[in-house]
Ligand binder design. Structure first.
Ligand SMILES: Nc1nc2c(c(=O)[nH]1)N[C@H]1C(S)=C(S)[C@@H](COP(=O)(O)OP(=O)(O)OC[C@H]3O[C@@H](n4cnc5c(=O)[nH]c(N)nc54)[C@H](O)[C@@H]3O)O[C@H]1N2
Ligand SMILES: Nc1nc2c(c(=O)[nH]1)N[C@H]1C(S)=C(S)[C@@H](COP(=O)(O)OP(=O)(O)OC[C@H]3O[C@@H](n4cnc5c(=O)[nH]c(N)nc54)[C@H](O)[C@@H]3O)O[C@H]1N2
Ligand code: SF4
Ligand SMILES: [Mo]
Length: 706
C-alpha cells in the first residue's frame, strides 16, 4: 500500500534536469499557516520560499522555516525504527526493521486491549497541524481499538472555550483587515516572534497612522515597536478588561444600539463593570490608574479599533474568564460594525463548516464510551492508580503512543512527566523525527516523514484559507508518514473496515466536505473560504440567539479570576516565592521544535531567565551568570539576562528547551504545575511562582549542553 504519490521528481534520467515547483504548506503550530513554494530539481530542493500569491504569506517565511532544509537533512534525524536497549530516558537504542517493530508493537497493544483497550493512551498534538498526518488515520485506529481519548488542552482550550461562550464559535476578524485599523491592541501576543505575518498587517496600519498598543507583562520585541506598552501582571487581564469597561460606561463611549440589539446580558455586565473603577483594576494589574484611563480613552474614541488577542494571556487560572471579558469589549463600542474593527483570537471556527464530520470515523467506536485523559495532566495520569480522578474512571495507563508532540519537554511539571515516562511497566511508542526528551523514553521510536516528504491538507487558526501540501521529496531513510504507520498497525490488528484502506491521498480528499473543490485546492495550493467581510456588523453571532453573550440563564457573568499562585490567593506561597514566572516562546524555536537545529540554537545561545535590574540586584544576580530558578516542584538552571524586557516582580523563562540540551537536564517546565484553568481544563504555564538565586559556583555557563 503506497502512502504517497511519487514525489515531484525522482533523481533519474531526464528528471534530473527538470525544475518543478510544488505547493506545500507550513505544518507548524502557528497561526500564520504559510503557503510554501518548493522548487525541486533532480530530486533535490533548490529553493524554499513563501508563496508570493498567497495573501497572508506574501512571499515570506519566518527565520525558522527558512531553515527547513537544515531540519530535513539534520545529521541526527531518526532514519530507521529503533528499539530500546538501555534504561528509559537514556536514549540507548538499536536499529530494527519496520516489520520487527510493527509486529511487536501490534502484539503488545493486542495483549493490553484484550484486557482493556482504555489502558492504551494516544498522546499527540500539533507537531504537524495537517489533517492527514495529524489524526487522519490515527483517530480511526484509536476509535476502532476503543483506546482512551485525549483531551487536547495543552495550548488553547481556556481561550477557545471562553471565545465560543461569547461568540458561539472560535471566530473573529479577518487577518488582512487589521491593515485598515486605526487602533490595534496586541494583547497577550508577541507577533514578531509567533505570528510574523500578522505583524506585517499591523505595520501597514502603523504606517497609515494607526496607534499600536501592546498589553503584555514582558517588553517583547513587539512591545518595543508599538507606540505604547502596558506591562500588566500575568493573570490580571480580566481585571484590566473590567476597568476598561468601567471607563467606557462612565464616559459614555458606548454603542448603545449595538449593545441593545446584539448583546445578551449587558445590564448585568454593566453592573459588574461599574464595580471596577480604574484604581481597583490598576491595583490588581500592577499599573497606574492613568494607564487604565488612557487605554480606555484610546479604545473608546478611535474607530475602527481592533484587538489581536492571543493565547499567551490565557495560560493562567482565569484565562477563560479573561477571554470572555476581552471579547465583549468590541461589542461595547460597536467595533464590529467595521471590517477593520473587532477582535481576532482564533479563526478556526470559520473552517469548522467545511471539515468533514465523518473524517475520523467516530462510528468505529460502536457505541463504546471510553475515558478521556487530559494531556495537561499527563504527569499525574501516568503515575496514578485506578480510582484517582485524573484517570477518569479508567484503568492505569499501560501503553502510550506519542506522535506530533514532545510531552516530556512541553507538558507542565516535567519532573512528574519524566517520572511517568520512566515507569518500567509502561510500553511507549514514539513516532518522531529526532531523539527528543520524549523519544529517549520510548520502547520503540518510529521514524516519521517531514512535511516535504508526505501528503497533507491544512486549515489555519489565524486566517481563512485552506492549503494543500504536495510531497516534493522522497522520504529520507526509512521514514514513513504517521498515517501509514497507523494503517499498518490496523492491518496487523485485523481491522478490516473500509476506512483503513484509504491511502494518504484519499484521506486528503476526505478531510473537507463537498463544499471544498479538492481538485482546485490540490492544483492551486490554497483556496480562500468565502466569508463575509465584516462578519458581525449586524450581529449574527453563531450563538443560539445570534447575539454575543455576556451572561444568560445557563451562563454566569465573567469575572476576574486571580492566579492559582499569587499573593491574593496564596500569600504564604508568595512570601516564599515572590516572583511570578512566565515562559513565552523563544523567537527561534517553535515550542520544543527547532531547539536542535544548530543555526537556530546558536542564535538563542542558551536557556535564559530575563529579570529586571532591581529584582536582580536584590538577589546579587549578574547578567550572564548562571542562576537556579526554583520552587517546591523543582529547580531549573539557566543564564540570567538582566533586562528591561522583564517588569518588576515578573521573570521570563523563555521556552521551551529540550531538557537534555539545557544546563542541567531540565527546562522551564520543571517549575510549572498541573492545576487547570477556569474554563477548558487547560494548563496554567504562566501562573507560576518562583525564587531565583545565583548558581555560578555550581555550574559555569561554558558547561552548557555538556
Ligand atoms: N517563534 C515561535 N512562534 C510560535 C510559537 C513558538 O513557540 N515560537 N508557538 C506557536 C504556538 S503553539 C502558539 S499557541 C502561538 C502562541 O501565540 P501567542 O500567544 O501570540 O504567542 P506568544 O509569543 O507566546 O505571545 C504570548 C505573549 O503573552 C505574554 N503573556 C504571558 N502571560 C500573560 C498574561 O497574563 N497577560 C498578557 N496580557 N500577556 C501575557 C507573553 O509575555 C508573550 O509575549 O504561537 C505560535 N508561534
Ligand atoms: N512552559 C511552557 N510550556 C509550553 C508552552 C509555553 O509557552 N511555556 N507552550 C505550550 C503550547 S502553546 C503548546 S501548543 C505545546 C506544544 O507542544 P507540542 O505539540 O508537543 O509541540 P513541540 O514541542 O513543537 O513538539 C512537536 C513534536 O512533533 C514532532 N513532529 C512534527 N511533525 C511531525 C510529523 O509529521 N510526524 C511525527 N511523528 N512527529 C512530528 C516534532 O519533531 C516535535 O518533536 O507546548 C506547551 N508548553
Ligand atoms: S512557522 Fe508560522 S510564520 Fe513560520 S513559515 Fe510556518 S506558518 Fe509561516
Ligand atoms: Mo500552542
Amino acid at each position: 500500500m503506497s502512502a504517497n504519490p511519487a514525489p515531484a521528481h525522482a533523481p533519474d534520467g531526464d528528471a534530473a534536469a527538470t525544475v518543478s515547483v510544488v505547493h506545500a504548506a507550513c505544518p507548524h503550530d502557528c497561526p500564520d499557516t504559510c503557503a510554501i513554494r518548493v522548487t525541486v530539481q533532480g530530486g533535490r530542493v533548490i529553493r524554499l520560499q513563501g508563496d508570493p500569491d498567497h495573501p497572508p504569506t506574501h512571499g515570506a517565511l519566518c527565520t525558522k522555516v527558512s531553515r527547513y532544509m537544515e531540519r530535513i537533512e539534520h545529521p541526527e534525524r531518526v532514519l530507521t525504527p529503533l528499539k530500546r536497549v538501555g534504561p528509559k530516558g537514556r536514549g540507548e537504542f538499536v536499529p530494527v526493521s519496520w516489520d520487527e517493530a510493527l509486529d511487536d508493537i501490534a502484539a503488545r497493544l493486542r495483549a493490553i486491549a484484550a484486557r482493556d483497550p482504555q489502558a492504551i493512551q494516544p498522546y499527540s498534538y500539533a507537531g504537524t497541524m495537517g489533517f492527514v498526518q495529524g489524526e487522519g488515520m490515527a483517530a480511526r485506529f484509536w476509535n476502532r481499538l476503543g483506546a482512551s481519548q485525549l483531551h487536547r488542552s495543552i495550548c488553547a482550550e481556556a481561550g477557545a472555550t471562553g471565545l465560543a461562550m461569547t461568540y458561539g464559535s472560535t471566530v473573529g476578524m479577518h487577518l488582512q483587515h487589521f491593515a485598515e485599523s486605526r487602533l490595534i491592541l496586541i494583547w497577550g501576543s508577541n507577533p514578531i516572534t509567533s505570528s510574523v505575518h500578522f505583524w506585517t498587517f499591523a505595520q501597514a496600519a502603523k504606517r497609515a497612522g494607526a496607534k499600536l498598543i501592546a498589553i503584555d507583562p514582558r517588553r517583547t520585541e513587539t512591545a518595543e515597536k508599538c507606540h505604547q506598552h502596558i506591562a500588566l501582571r500575568p493573570g490580571s487581564d480580566g481585571a484590566l478588561a473590567l476597568g476598561l469597561m468601567h471607563e467606557l460606561i462612565v464616559n459614555d463611549w458606548l454603542d448603545h444600539d449595538y449593545l441593545a440589539r446584539h448583546v445578551e446580558g449587558w445590564p448585568e455586565l454593566r453592573e459588574r463593570a461599574l464595580q471596577w473603577p480604574p484604581e481597583r483594576a490598576a491595583q490588581v494589574c500592577g499599573l497606574t490608574p492613568d494607564e487604565v484611563r488612557g487605554l480606555a480613552q484610546d479604545y473608546g474614541t478611535t474607530a475602527p479599533a481592533a484587538i489581536r488577542l492571543n493565547y499567551g494571556m490565557q495560560r493562567v487560572h482565569g484565562g477563560g474568564n479573561a477571554v470572555r471579558l476581552i471579547a465583549l469589549l468590541p461589542c461595547l463600542v460597536g467595533a464590529w460594525r467595521h471590517r477593520a474593527g473587532g477582535l481576532l483570537l482564533s479563526a478556526s471556527g470559520w473552517n469548522k463548516p467545511v471539515r468533514n464530520p465523518a473524517f475520523h470515523q467516530p462510528h468505529l467506536l460502536a457505541g463504546r464510551r471510553v475515558r478521556t485523559i487530559n494531556m495537561a495532566t499527563i504527569g499525574d495520569a501516568l503515575l496514578a492508580q485506578p480510582g484517582e480522578a485524573v484517570l477518569d474512571g479508567g484503568p492505569r495507563i499501560e501503553a502510550l503512543v506519542v506522535y506530533n508532540s514532545n510531552p516530556v519537554a512541553i507538558a507542565p511539571e516535567s519532573a512528574r512527566v519524566a517520572a511517568g515516562f520512566a515507569r518500567e511497566d509502561l510500553f511507549t511508542v514514539v513516532l518522531e523525527h529526532f531523539l527528543t526528551d520524549t523519544a529517549d523514553h520510548a520502547d520503540y521510536v518510529l521514524p516519521a516523514t517531514m512535511q516535504l516528504e508526505h501528503v497533507d491538507v491544512h486549515a489555519s487558526y489565524g486566517h481563512t484559507w485552506l492549503l494543500a501540501n504536495q510531497p516534493s521529496l522522497a522520504p529520507r531513510g526509512q521514514a514513513r508518514p504517521n498515517a501509514q504507520v497507523f494503517r499498518e498497525l490496523a492491518t496487523r490488528l485485523g481491522f478490516d473496515e473500509p476506512g483503513f484502506a484509504d491511502d494518504d491521498m484519499a484521506l486528503a480528499r476526505q478531510a473537507f466536505g463537498d463544499a471544498v473543490d479538492f481538485d482546485r485546492l490540490w492544483r492551486d495550493g490554497w483556496v480562500q473560504l468565502p466569508l463575509p467581510e465584516a462578519p458581525f456588523a449586524e450581529g449574527g453571532f453563531p450563538t443560539a440567539s445570534g447575539r454575543a453573550r455576556a451572561c444568560g440563564p445557563d451562563l454566569p457573568l465573567p469575572d476576574h479570576v486571580p492566579n492559582h499562585e499569587c499573593a491574593e490567593t496564596n500569600p504564604v506561597l508568595a512570601a516564599r516565592y515572590p516572583l511570578a514566572m512566565i515562559s513565552p516562546p523563544a523567537r527561534h524555536f517553535l515550542n520544543s521544535t527547532f531547539v536542535n537545529v544548530a543555526s537556530l540554537q546558536a542564535t538563542e545561545r542558551e536557556p535564559v531567565l530575563e529579570i529586571c535590574a532591581a529584582d536582580a540586584a536584590a538577589r546579587g544576580l549578574v547578567d550572564g551568570g548562571v542562576v537556579r530558578v526554583f520552587n517546591d516542584r523543582g529547580s531549573y538552571h539557566c543564564v540570567a539576562r538582566v533586562s528591561a524586557r522583564a517588569r518588576r516582580g515578573v521573570v521570563n523563562g523563555l521556552g521551551v528547551w529540550w531538557r537534555k540540551l539545557g544546563l542541567r537536564g531540565s527546562n522551564v517546565n520543571e517549575l510549572t504545575h498541573q492545576r487547570l484553568t477556569d474554563l477548558g481544563e487547560a494548563p496554567c504555564f504562566y501562573d507560576c511562582l518562583v525564587e531565583v538565586e545565583r548558581a555560578d559556583a555550581e555550574l559555569a555557563p561554558q558547561a552548557a549542553g555538556a
